[in-house]
Design a protein around this ligand. Structure first.
Ligand code: BGC
Length: 387
């Protein structure tokens, strides 16, 4: 019999645990069944004295997440192993100050444009735009102060079978060089199906490129517990976008068949990452956009990742045409994460669902232009189970 669940959240802004009321949870039947919960509390202040909050979410199964309104960062996310043991599977820091100081986009919302735009320039409707350049000669992940470094308006959300956070940000005309006031909303949901579901929407008052993504670094053996080279990856992609030395796509959509980029069948990330291959040299490993084979704008399976020791399986579903698979090549132990654990080379991997890098300069790629009167939508789901 279906039992309707009622979720109640208490949202309190105050420093410290003591001032925060415990969430009130109830079922219609009142039988003590475990339900999701969400709590909001202050987490710290930025240098300009603005309060940053963090939401603690839990689903009915005991899976939990912490999400902050600073950069929309997923600070932690737990998932059970085959013995039912929950462990934090995303890299990140314990404190706000560490995120503000230096983060390689751990867990953040990336935008306006995920990945690179060549030389920070593009033309749209006959007008040339110049963006902030922050990655050699190129624009990366929205520029010097992208969506990962702003404070979002936020509120707790509750619905049947999920708890969530709504984030809202008005990116002003000209920010980082982009045209148009871009009104962006991101919904994070932690569902009772053990999913982290991310829904993006946006509107603009001038034509502008839009390509937000999510930048969690996953390690299904637990954050800080070794490298990810034994994780088995499947990518539902028959082509990828090869790049030049600066990681800008050449424009080619190259078949993966017969190359180290073929993940049609689940293959250990480390199996071919050291192969003598020019693309792997340019990326210092995998740092490439994969072209999803069955893209039609519907939510479809893009990737699976299995960690054999823990039994954890993560499925990635998206409405986007591409996914950037980055295997943590730039991690070098200098970021000391939660619990004092250093994040060494390839201790985490990202699967960033997106339109292809440098799309604003590639009319042959799916368009990422949003125009006044149009609605941008993008949904991505990271689903956890065991095998
Ligand atoms: C990019 C990498 C970059 C990393 C962190 C990834 O999305 O593809 O080249 O190093 O983000 O900035």
């Amino acid at each position: 019999m279906h039992r309707k669940k009622f979720y109640t959240a208490i949202s309190t802004i105050a420093f410290g645990w003591a001032a925060v009321a415990a969430p009130a949870l109830a079922t219609a039947a009142g039988d003590g069944e475990r339900l999701g919960s969400i709590e909001k509390r202050a987490w710290g202040k930025t240098q300009d004295n603005r309060t940053v909050c963090v939401y603690a979410l839990a689903n009915a199964n005991g899976m939990s997440a912490r999400i902050t309104d600073y950069g929309g960062i997923v600070v932690s996310l737990t998932a059970p192993d085959r013995n039912g043991k929950y462990e934090d599977v995303v890299l990140g820091y314990g404190t706000l100050a560490e995120y503000v100081k230096d983060s390689p986009y751990f867990g953040s919302v990336v935008g306006r444009f995920g990945n690179r735009i060549a030389r920070g320039k593009f033309s749209l409707d006959g007008q040339e735009y110049t963006l902030a350049v922050n990655n050699g000669p190129n624009h990366l992940h929205g520029g010097l102060k992208g969506f990962d470094k702003v404070i979002w308006e936020s509120e707790a959300l509750i619905r049947d079978g999920a708890v969530g956070v709504r984030l809202h940000y008005l990116s002003p005309d000209g920010e980082e060089g982009y045209p148009g006031n871009l009104d962006v909303t991101v919904h994070y949901w932690l569902t009772d199906a053990n999913e982290l579901r991310i829904e993006y929407s946006a509107t603009t008052d001038k034509a502008t490129p839009v390509n937000p993504t999510h930048h969690s670094y996953f390690n299904l053996a637990g954050a800080g517990n070794g490298d990810i080279l034994g994780h088995e990856l499947m990518l539902a992609a028959d082509r990828f976008t090869p790049v030049d030395e600066g990681l800008i796509p050449t424009g080619e959509l190259r078949p993966v068949a017969g190359t180290p980029f073929d993940f049609a069948r689940p293959t250990a990330i480390g199996a071919r990452v050291g192969d003598d291959d020019l693309q792997l040299k340019y990326g210092r490993g995998y740092d490439h956009n994969f072209v999803l084979s069955r893209w039609d704008g519907k939510l479809r399976l893009a990737a699976t990742v299995y960690e054999p020791k823990s039994g954890r399986l993560m499925e990635v579903l998206t409405t986007e045409p591409g996914v950037q698979f980055y295997c943590g090549n730039f991690l070098d132990g200098s970021n000391i994460g939660k619990g004092g654990k250093p994040y060494e080379h390839r201790y985490g991997f990202c699967l960033e669902t997106q339109h292809f890098p440098d799309s604003p300069n590639r009319p042959e790629f799916p368009s990422c232009t949003l125009r006044p009167g149009e609605q941008y939508h993008h949904t991505t789901v990271y689903r956890f189970s065991i095998k």
